[in-house]
Write a protein that binds this ligand. Structure first.
Ligand code: ADP
Ligand code: MG
Length: 851
């Protein structure tokens, strides 16, 4: 039976029906026949639209045979949407992990590789493992890359049909590949098709922070010290203005003149002059950062003090030279700074794919952003079972203290009835605050805070957050990708029991007597089952302890399943999972993520946000309006306010925040687009050189360009002979300037082109005799080395330029346009510089060899 879907997706009904029709046929196939059917698909050159029905039907049956799961129609629909390079919005618990297998399968048949991108290593391992169970049946190779994968294996894993990987590993490999000196160091293939899981997390929440590969550079203490001396001469409000709120400094016209005077330079804002960054940092150090408040000095080291907690943060450093400026201010040794060697934002990384698709529970609210920036549409897929979760109206308290008190009381009530409750917090500090409050009133609970090292442990805890009496406090990111099953996850529960048994055993290996731990443990087992592990082991005739444990595991699992089932019924009676939000997030999307933890697969459940008027979001974006409403209502501190007017104001404050962050991301994108195009050009040139057998042509091309560029200057400077001298010197050719100067410009050009070819051929013959093949290696080496060096310097300049743009005022001009113009000039200069230095070096390579 085919459900009637809403208009936007009803167009897929026919395809869906065809897939199911084919699936009915495949059901009767033997294993052998089904595998043959899959093989047929592999060896076709069909266009993927033609084989979609067959491929999806085959995989549906393979999934059934390997996992004992029958895909729902909505899952197939999700697969079709992903295959069309769209975002499929499917709620938590709808089974997106399996959905991704359908388009991954279809697209990997093209032989160009498919990437499935997830947010952390734990999910990469979990999902790759599942996919492998399915795909090994039809001989499709599944690869996986985590932080642990070494570079030889990386290449191998990228060669697989389908590769699971995190966004950050993917990005770093991309950057590293584009810094490779040898062709065989490159690990990635061309980007063909990617499916991004939790796509909103990656493309929206993480879009603001670029991936950076950095190296350490030499420090320049002189610059820092000089800038400090200048900052001591300059006077506040006359030479510069301080903005405490945004922690920024702006030089006045007078200040700029003063600096230029002291340094004896013409333009402080010239990108080729390093000074402005040092001076601004020195002024920040002077005015905005105080010893023993913002930092302390201990053993000649400057240590940051956390502004919220007052704790000292050993080992952390402020970036972009600020830390060094403070070291200069305190007259202690200046430590090296980090330098960006390569960087890219996720936005631009994923735009490199020929085809891009994504899935998540929450995308519709950011639909415009996805379509404007990434050119992908969002399609909402209905849930398999109707969602009956109740999203209750907000409770708003006057102050924050009352809010947390109310939340703690609510947790206590839930704990007493046994209803599982998940409390989402916006920061680690807040979750710790609530945890302390709960501890005081003796409410057992679990605390999760999304630190990378806790990811897999958190997934365990989250999967048990649906058990009776479970109270779980979690920051938004914790346990991502793991769904909460009412009554708990029986597999995890059974494994935990066994693991506990084993680890207790290991601690007490020598003890024959049943110890306290074991009694507790056995009691726990007995609670569901009457299995006595000790007895089992003693009675068991199997010798192999693994086999014994396995039989016991199966027994325990059976019991756990029954137990979970019974518990789920009880919990449903109590109302299902209860989700408490403790603050509105910076977008409705993240609120929805939290709510979506409850009510999976048609389960009962509810959610409620507890807010206070002192919450950051309302304080900063709410304005007076909200306060006015409160004063008018004149209410008791302890009683929550439920007012439509108030809710409306809160919603509009939240929308303001959404718009604010969207603007920041858009701005980042606009600015980044400039460097992105330049990056693409440089990486392409690099790739061309790396793959080329004919680098000689490239060198000669560089030489010819250089000749032309310099001759243009020659004409501009009224045929200044000095320019000709420069050309001759750069090209390292012998030639009479006077006779050259007599020729017209075309003749000069022809002549120089000819000379450089002759001179290069001679050099080649000479070097070939000396060591065959050497010249090609040298060419490649010089080309790549010069490109990389120039590009890194260019990144520095562009970063600086971006900062200047903020510091300078442009009157009516759009700073973005100014930025684009200047960035373009810098790029052109860099290209010229690369060509010239390569020619210079290559034409002198004889010296190096002779040494
Ligand atoms: P999502 O990523 O959409 O939140 P998951 O892929 O993590 O969901 O799947 C949630 C759970 O649902 C998993 O335990 C999975 O095995 C189960 N599941 C997925 N598809 C089906 C199905 N068609 N029938 C039954 N269970 C399913
Ligand atoms: Mg998922």
């Amino acid at each position: 039976m085919i459900p009637i879907f809403s208009q936007s997706i009803s167009k897929y009904n026919k395809t869906l029906a065809n897939i199911n029709k084919k699936y009915e046929i495949l059901k009767n196939y033997s294993d052998q026949e089904l595998k043959q059917e899959a093989n047929k698909l592999k060896n076709t050159n069909f266009n993927k639209d033609i084989i979609l029905v067959d491929a999806f039907a085959v995989l549906k049956e393979v999934i059934y045979r390997t996992l004992d799961i029958t895909l729902f129609n909505v899952q197939i629909l999700g697969g079709i949407i992903l295959n069309q390079n769209n975002i499929a919005e499917m709620k938590t618990g709808e089974g997106k992990t399996l959905v991704a297998l359908l388009p991954a399968y279809l697209n990997c048949l093209q032989g160009k590789g498919v990437h499935i991108v997830t947010v952390n290593d734990y999910l990469v391992e979990r999902d790759a493992h599942l996919a492998n169970k399915v795909f090994s049946y039809i001989d499709i190779k599944v690869g996986m890359i985590t932080q642990k994968t070494n570079s030889t294996n990386r290449k191998f894993e990228y060669e697989k049909d389908i590769t699971y990987i995190t966004n950050s590993e993917l990005g770093f490999d991309y950057l590293k590949d584009n810094m490779a000196i040898h062709k065989h160091d490159i690990v990635q293939r061309e980007f063909y098709y990617a499916i991004i899981d939790e796509v909103d997390s990656i493309l929206i929440d993480e879009a603001r922070t670029p991936l950076i590969i950095s190296g350490i550079t030499e420090v320049k203490p002189k610059l820092y010290n000089k800038a400090r001396d200048i900052s001591d001469i300059l006077t506040n409000t006359i030479d510069y203005k301080v903005d405490e709120k945004s922690k920024s400094i702006i030089l006045t016209e007078k200040g700029i003149n003063n600096c230029e005077g002291i340094l004896q330079i013409k333009n402080l804002y010239d990108v080729n002059s390093p000074w402005i960054k040092y001076i601004i940092n020195a002024l920040k150090a002077k005015e905005l950062f105080l010893n023993n408040k913002d930092y302390i000095v201990k053993n000649n080291q400057l240590i940051i003090v956390d502004e919220f907690t007052g704790r000292i943060m050993e080992g952390r450093r402020w970036s972009d030279g600020l830390h060094q400026s403070l070291e200069a201010k305190e007259n202690i040794p200046i430590e090296p700074e980090n330098k960006t060697l390569a960087s890219i934002t996720y936005q631009n990384l994923f735009l490199l794919y020929q085809n891009l698709a994504g899935m998540t529970g929450t995308a519709k609210t950011e639909e415009n952003e996805f379509s404007n920036i990434y050119k992908i549409n969002v399609t909402t897929v209905p849930t398999n079972q109707e969602c009956i979760r109740k999203d209750l109206s907000d409770f708003v308290y006057k102050n924050e203290y009352n809010k947390w008190e109310a939340i703690a009381n609510e947790c206590s009530d839930m704990y007493k009835t046994g209803r599982p409750t998940l409390i989402g917090t916006t920061s680690i500090e807040k979750s710790e605050l609530l945890s302390t409050m709960l501890r005081k009133i003796n409410i057992p609970h679990k605390l999760l805070n999304a630190k990378p090292e806790n990811v897999s442990k958190e997934a365990e805890i989250i999967s048990q957050a649906g058990e009776k009496k479970a109270i779980t406090i979690s920051t938004n990111m914790a346990g991502r990708g793991t769904d909460i099953i009412l009554g708990g996850n029986p597999e995890k529960r059974a494994t935990a029991i066994i693991e506990k048994y084993i680890s207790d055993k290991e601690i007490n290996t020598e003890e024959k007597i049943i110890n306290k731990n074991e009694i507790l443990f056995l009691n726990k087992i007995n609670k569901f089952n009457n299995i006595n592990i000790k007895q089992e082991i003693e009675n068991n005739t199997l010798k192999d302890s693994n086999a014994i444990l396995n039989t016991i595991y199966i027994k325990i699992l059976e019991k756990c399943k029954n137990y979970s089932k019974k518990e789920k019924q009880e919990i449903l009676q109590l109302g299902g999972l209860y989700v408490i939000g403790t603050e509105r997030h910076e977008s409705r999307r993240i609120d929805n993520q939290l709510r979506g933890r409850s009510g999976r697969q048609g389960d009962k459940g509810s959610s409620r946000f507890f807010l206070s008027l002192q919450d950051n979001l309302f304080r900063i974006f709410g304005g007076n309006k909200i306060e006015n409403i409160i004063t008018k209502l004149n209410i008791n501190d302890k009683i929550p306010i439920e007012s439509i007017l108030l809710t409306k104001s809160l919603n509009s404050a939240q929308k303001k925040v959404e718009a604010y962050f969207y603007d920041i991301r858009k701005q980042l994108y606009d600015y980044d687009e400039v460097i992105n195009n330049q990056r693409k050009a440089i990486y392409n040139e690099r790739k061309k050189i790396l793959n080329s057998q004919f680098t000689k042509e490239c060198i000669l091309e560089y030489a010819e360009y250089t000749i032309e560029e310099m001759l243009t200057i020659y004409l501009q400077k009224n045929k200044d002979n000095n320019i000709l001298k420069q050309i001759i010197k750069l090209l390292n050719i012998k030639c009479n300037i006077m006779s050259l100067a007599k020729m017209n410009i075309y003749e000069i050009k022809e002549y120089l082109h000819e000379q450089i070819r002759i001179s290069y051929d001679l050099k080649e013959t000479y070097l070939e005799q000396l060591r065959p093949g050497l010249i090609r290696q040298l060419e490649k080496y010089y080309l790549l080395q010069q490109i990389d060096q120039a590009w890194q310097q260019h990144i520095d300049k562009i970063n600086l330029l971006k900062e200047y743009i903020g510091w300078r005022s442009y009157g009516q001009q759009d700073p973005l346009i100014e930025y684009k113009n200047e960035a373009f000039h810098l790029f052109i200069n860099m290209i010229m510089y690369i060509r010239q230095t390569v020619i210079y070096l290559v034409m002198r390579s004889r010296l190096i060899v002779d040494l």
